[in-house]
Ligand binder design. Structure first.
Ligand code: GLY
Length: 401
């Protein structure tokens, strides 16, 4: 013991602090990031006072009031998830307490079986709650939700069914790629390797059937559940069956990035990088890099061309993650940084107290259904905060000051 202590003293004497290995110094936080975290904190705190658990903010109605949604709505996990990210970005305990209340208000999610959106609904709320607190009370909903999601897999087409409504026989949408991260996590957490197999099969089938030669994707592929044959490829929320709905491209990019992160399967990384190239090189992308709601809207100045900040936020978050998975990630990080700077400017970032306490303005839900056009959206805020958090981590910025 004495010898060990002596050796430590001798080491400290011979190599003063300045010469010993140091943790990477915290870089000076840029003003735009400080400001956006401050606005996020103010909006989230106000939202926790304005809204009640179980009825979460979704968007803004045409009359300007907040559109709220109960636990059955696909967006329900985003507000609690935003509170968790708000807590991580600011260190504000009140946000963690509110995040817990709004998360536990969604307990009935464990009974839902009718949708693939369980990843969005449960992993963004309960998943973040468990990741951050390690509190086991979040586990039962996470465990049952993963079982329910896995039960929607049919090995004949080799995909998880997305929707139970509509005229389709067995519809699968590109958005479904976002649920796989939950299954990969649940496979480890609950010792269910079959979830990994299901996630891998879904991702590989989708890679084969959803993508065009230019790596843009169809929104909906309808399968015959008895034979696995493809009945139809098209869109639901995009401009045309052959167009590239912007948020769909974002979901695909994010999904394959997370598939690679979880499996290290090179095919998933190649797919993510090809989708990233499609997005980053698209000639219809406006100068501020915030896409119009569909990449095939050619006149980006027309009134039929509102921007979709939600697609931008998802793309930015995915690109930051992708930048950490490859050797030459700088191009992804730089592109995401440009997007985040745009989203953090006056055009997109709300003024505190306005915008029904959402953080970002100018997203599009479903343009051709005349639904949620140019409004805030709960998922734009969620992925924006996630992207800010990832960005600060990668750049060693401290946002808690
Ligand atoms: N997952 C539904 C949407 O992106 O609008």
């Amino acid at each position: 013991m004495m010898t060990l202590r002596f050796s430590i003293c001798l080491f400290a004497f011979l190599f003063p602090i300045s010469m010993q290995a140091q943790p990477k110094p915290v870089a000076e936080t840029p003003q735009w990031l400080e400001k956006s975290v401050k606005v996020a904190r103010q909006q989230l705190m106000a939202a926790t006072r304005a809204y009640q658990p179980g009825l979460n903010p979704r968007s803004t109605n045409q009359d300007g009031s907040a559109r709220l949604a109960d636990y059955k709505d696909w967006i329900t996990g985003f507000f609690p998830g935003s509170l968790w990210y708000g807590y991580e970005l600011t260190g504000e305990d009140k946000l963690a307490k509110a995040a817990e209340r709004f998360t536990l208000g969604l307990d009935s999610l464990r009974y839902l079986t009718h949708t693939h959106d369980l990843g969005f609904m449960i992993y963004c709320s309960y998943g973040n709650g468990y990741r951050i607190t390690n509190d086991k009370k979040y586990l039962p909903v996470l465990e049952q939700g993963a079982k329910n999601l896995n039960a929607r897999f049919n090995p004949i087409p080799g995909v998880i069914r997305s929707w139970d409504f509509g005229e389709w026989k067995y519809p699968v949408i590109i958005d479904n790629m976002m649920n796989l991260e939950y299954l990969y996590w649940a496979a480890q957490q609950f010792h269910e390797p079959k979830y990994t197999a299901v996630a891998n099969t879904h991702a590989l089938t989708t890679m084969k059937n959803h993508f065009r030669n230019d790596y843009s994707s169809y929104h909906v592929v309808d399968y015959d559940p008895k034979t696995g044959a493809i009945l139809q490829k098209g869109t639901h929320q995009g401009l045309t069956n052959e167009s590239a709905w912007s948020r769909g491209q974002a979901w695909g990019l994010y999904g394959y990035t997370m598939c690679y992160e979880n499996t290290k399967n090179q095919k998933f990384l190649d797919q993510a990088e090809k989708i990233a190239a499609y997005i980053m090189n698209h000639p219809n992308t406006p100068a501020d890099k915030i896409p119009v709601w569909d990449y095939d809207v050619h006149n980006v100045k027309s009134e039929r061309a509102p921007r979709d900040a939600s697609a931008a936020a998802v793309i930015a978050s995915a690109l930051i993650e992708l930048s950490t998975q490859v050797k030459d990630g700088k191009k992804y990080l730089d592109y995401a940084e440009d997007m985040l700077k745009s989203l953090s400017g006056d055009q997109y970032l709300a003024k505190p107290g306005e915008n029904n306490f959402f953080i970002l303005k100018h997203s599009v839900g479903a343009f051709l259904f005349n639904s949620e056009i140019d409004t805030p959206l709960a998922y734009a805020d969620y992925y924006y905060l996630e992207a800010l958090k990832r960005y600060a981590q990668v750049k060693h910025f401290d946002t808690k000051k």
